[in-house]
Design a protein around this ligand. Sequence first.
Ligand SMILES: Cc1cc2nc3c(=O)[nH]c(=O)nc-3n(C[C@H](O)[C@H](O)[C@H](O)COP(=O)(O)O)c2cc1C
Ligand code: SF4
Length: 505
Amino acid sequence: MTAPHALPEPGWPTREGARDARLVQPGSLGPCSARTRTGVPAMVPWRATDEGFVTPAVLDWYGRFADGKPGVLVVEATGIRDVPSGPLLRIGHDRFLPGLRDLVRVVHARSEGETRLLIQIIDFLSIRRRPQRERFLRQFLGLREAHRVALAALAGHAAAAAGDEASVREALVSLSDDELRGVLDERELEALERGARERVTDTHLPHVAELPRVLPGLFADAAARAQDAGFDGVELHFAHAYTMASFLSRRNDRDDGYGGSREGRVRCPREVTEAVRERVGAGFTLGCRLLGDEVIEGGSRVEDAAWYSVELARAGLDFVSVSKGGKFEDAKVPRVGEAIYPYTGESGHECMPTVRIGDPGPFGRNLPLARGVRDALRAAGLATPVVGAGGIGTFAAAEQALGRGDCDFVGAARATLADPDWFLKAEQGRGTQVRRCIYTNYCEGLDQRHKEVTCQLWDRDLERNDPGRDSVQRTRDGKRRLVAPPGSASPPLPPPSARCASKGG
Ligand SMILES: Cc1cc2nc3c(=O)[nH]c(=O)nc-3n(C[C@H](O)[C@H](O)[C@H](O)COP(=O)(O)O)c2cc1C
Ligand code: SF4
């Protein structure tokens, strides 16, 4: 294991020193202007109801981020379909609107109108938990003639292979793992050892074949609901392990015009972008998050991301947010009963890098990808802003990223989870009060287990004899603080003349 990288010197500015910093200047994401170039990227906190509704805990989670008045706050990946998906937010039906409207109201109120609120909208394909071996072979496996043939070739199994379905299944159960590998095909083995997972290339499945026909409408409907609920914009989730990123992947070899070449791979995301833009009009901010590099064998690289970004910006995007990795292909084998988690392999480690990652360490690690995308957009004559993220947790690092031209907005997910007031504290010359993220991914471990996400640093005062500790709102297991500790009273922000224009038409 790599020795942990030390946290960088924070280089906190004085209040006067911060005043002229690029980070605290207004910035535009299309029609929406933000007070500063600070952003909180999407983070799933596992606080929605099992039916996907906003809960008081969701309101507290986003309200607490809003207290810190980031320029832009992106709500977690929110499902566009009207199908059960566990405690993840959903926007696939009008019944979700009242809760989403509350969410908008809370964020706008607690940020005193200073934070622009976007919602990330996502589609994902079916993925099943890793099954028990016997259950899989007796129940889930679809028997094929090829199984009988392979079984008959194994010593002692010819009679069972010629028998009824039950005898074939029992014979399969009795095989050693090595023998079974010779009987099952690659996808069946994957279903057994990792849990079945659909891919966009499974065009033999009618609902997968028709994705390019249904997704534009589903995304457009979801975006229209976001607009109706009062969000300032939407971010299309074209990143990580999910449907749209899989269309963009170099591994997408669909032969129906929606895969193969770069033009084919970008076609579905482009048609989604066009459909959403047509539905929400020019006055609503529309961006996407995509991968600067998939970090898997045969996957897309920054040249692809740069090319896609130009295409998608021309199709109507107002910004591009650049992430990295987070794929199923290289994820760790899950335990029986658990689902594969796309942040456990190398690509996952690149997505949320920790202090244990190899050189040059996690800090600003993914900015070269944002830079590659931004350079391509500028070379194409497009001013589309780019959001960079990944290990940015100091004012100096954020300022340097903007100064070098790596990005136009700085996203900080875990640093803002650790201390939702950190941007504000830095801007106000109170940087020494920041509770700094230590990038060890305790929070990500909770996400992996679908537990309420919290930060390990929030609980320090719970361990001490804090007089208010009994009244602190806690997680279901009663052990952890559910919301970041309250911030101390802060000096007022600069006068309105130095702030951004309000949202444009
Ligand atoms: C708990 C948790 C949940 C996340 N959920 C999402 C998500 O819903 N959508 C997304 O695009 N990225 C998600 N991410 C990735 C972050 O947005 C961000 O890209 C990543 O953490 C790297 O940035 P950072 O170093 O500033 O944390 C999540 C990260 C964490 C830690
Ligand atoms: S749990 Fe660890 S990695 Fe996550 S935000 Fe807190 S300090 Fe950072």
